[in-house]
Design a protein around this ligand. Structure first.
Ligand code: PLP
Length: 364
């Protein structure tokens, strides 16, 4: 059988699917751009420069891996219950928060349904919507990246099933207000509030899930807890919905290593939060320094990254020069972000390296 015959058997949605532009590995970037800089400074993935709690590493040797994980994830849900203040029945643990984004489509969406997001925002909502055969309806944020209520009202329809709101938003870094959340809830759709970066903003709307059945909060252990490579996140929602999600997810969706590492991380929240506070301090320092450069507009951020705009430069050229110095930042093909890059907040040393190289490239 040749490949074109195989294609005829495929779901047409999959056949025409445009693959998500995921962040490439260091090795891929080094090869692709023939980078021969001795130093690599990775500021393109919003990862934690301090890594996980050391106790997570020490514990790895004790984790049993020849038996299956607990499909109900009772121990991690108990730890998360203490961390979030919500009941274990309100909590679903997932393989990264990305898995939950996929589950929303599986649970709520049939081909032809519509899903709203507020652009520029995290690209995964649109990609997974497309994969589910849904129509993504992007509603542009205003010039300060705040929500535009009038446009939202115009774009919501009977076909709208889910509204995705990231707060703090990636890649713009700004938070949404309680007024925004209440407005979106009043539209009577499923509202997903993505709090992947909430530990860096210190404000959350998670307590609302007990009051509003149509609200779901998703969170990640990738950023603040330094577990990006293990893939573990969680969702907070009504008991009824959580029960449904637990039934629909893959039974062994979270590996034992990921679950145990989440539990250990939550035992050392205070230590991890000290590191989070250091990242916040570095964010402010880097933001102030970038603000000193006339050619750059840096947007205020409540997350662990900064969005920077360079109106008078070709952003690809700046990126290529940063790459040749071994500095990785993130560019976007998204409308409105053609002149921007996003830089993750790294260690003091890495931020300094990035800043010095940027000054050199901009001839300051
Ligand atoms: C807004 C937002 N939500 C979710 C995710 C996915 O995180 P996870 O690593 O938990 O899948 C990311 C990752 O960059 C993100 O920026």
């Amino acid at each position: 059988m040749n490949y074109s015959d195989i294609e005829k058997l495929m779901n047409p949605i999959i056949k025409n699917f445009k693959i998500y532009d995921a962040m490439p590995s260091n090795e891929t970037l080094i090869q692709k751009y023939s980078i021969n800089s001795e130093k690599i400074v990775k500021l393109n993935g919003n990862e934690n420069p301090f890594g996980p709690a050391p106790e997570v590493i020490d514990n790895l040797i004790n984790i049993p891996i020849s038996t299956y994980p607990d499909p109900e994830l009772i121990r991690s849900r108990k730890s998360l219950s203490e961390y979030t203040g919500l009941n274990i029945e309100n909590i679903v643990v997932s393989s990264g928060s990305d898995e939950l984004i996929d589950l929303f489509f599986r649970i709520f969406v049939t081909p032809g349904d519509e899903v709203l997001d507020f652009t520029p925002t995290f690209g995964m909502y649109a990609v997974r919507a497309e994969l589910a055969g849904a129509k993504i309806v992007p509603v542009s944020r205003n010039i300060d990246f705040e929500l535009d209520y009038e446009s939202i009202k115009q774009k919501v329809s009977d076909k709208t099933k889910i509204i995705f709101l990231a707060s703090p938003n990636n890649p713009t870094g700004n938070e949404s207000t309680l007024e925004d959340i209440e407005f979106l809830l009043s539209l009577n759709k499923i509202l997903v509030v993505d709090e992947a970066y909430f530990e860096f903003s210190k404000s959350s709307y998670a307590n609302l899930v007990e009051k509003y059945n149509n609200m779901i909060v998703i969170r990640s252990m990738s950023k603040w807890a330094g577990l990006a490579g293990l893939r573990v996140g969680y969702g907070l929602m009504s008991k009824e919905l959580a029960k449904l999600f637990m039934g629909v997810k893959n039974p062994y969706n979270v590996s034992t290593v990921a679950e145990e590492s989440l539990i250990v991380s939550l035992k050392y929240v205070d230590k991890l939060m000290q590191k989070v506070d250091e990242i916040i301090a570095q964010r402010e320092k880097l933001s102030d320094a970038l603000d000193q450069i006339d050619q750059i507009k840096v947007y205020p951020s409540k997350a662990n990254f900064l969005l920077c705009k360079l109106d008078d430069h070709d952003i690809q050229t700046i990126n290529n020069e940063l790459l040749s110095e071994g500095v990785f930042v993130r560019l976007f093909a998204t409308k409105g972000l053609e002149k921007c890059f996003r830089v993750s907040v790294g260690s003091a040393e890495d931020n300094e390296y990035f800043y010095t190289k940027l000054q050199k490239i901009l001839k300051i």
